[in-house]
Design a protein. Structure first.
Length: 170
């Protein structure tokens, strides 16, 4: 990262723009034109809902409505078109399904790594690592393509791995 920052002007500009974006959020300026600030505001808006519905969540189908209601209560100076939902699969799951749902989701994502064959499969490791990292910054399951890619990749790698694991036992 440091080499890229020191060698490429575009990287430096992006870092400075990101810092400026976060500063606008911190000093509570108008953040309607700042993507990262809107994402931080979405997290801030979701936290009271998560605290209130921590065990079972608001319901996976009701997260958008719950966020709209939260923004009606406090709009953070955002125009309606700029009021974002949370952009993290983990927060989205916590908001929609609570601690129980998040625990189950994490078990589904990371369960294969409890299997001996999976711990030796670099493709599965890469897939789970990439998906887990992506889920930090986007709610991939809310879009059809993200859902399809996850289900296909996960299903293919896990089923193929289970079959290989079973044939090695026999």
């Amino acid at each position: 990262p440091w080499l890229a920052y020191s060698q490429f002007e575009s990287v430096r500009q992006r870092v400075h723009a990101t810092v400026h974006d976060v500063q606008q959020y911190e000093i509570q300026n108008d953040i309607n034109n700042f993507s990262l600030s809107r994402r931080l505001t979405a997290v801030e808006a979701a936290l009271p809902l998560i605290r209130e519905h921590w065990l079972l969540g608001v319901g996976p189908a009701d997260t958008h409505l719950a966020m709209r209601t939260q923004y009606e209560w406090r709009d953070y100076g955002l125009q309606r078109a700029n009021q974002a939902d949370v952009h993290s699969q983990y927060l989205e799951t916590l908001l929609g399904s609570g601690v129980i749902g998040l625990t189950l989701w994490l078990a589904v994502v990371f369960w294969p790594l409890t299997r001996p064959w999976a711990r030796r499969d670099p493709y599965l490791w890469l897939f789970i690592t990439a998906q887990a990292a992506t889920m930090l910054v986007t709610d991939i399951l809310s879009l059809q393509i993200g859902l399809n890619l996850f289900v296909f990749g996960y299903g293919f790698l896990v089923v193929a791995g289970e079959r290989r694991g079973q044939t090695q036992i026999i």
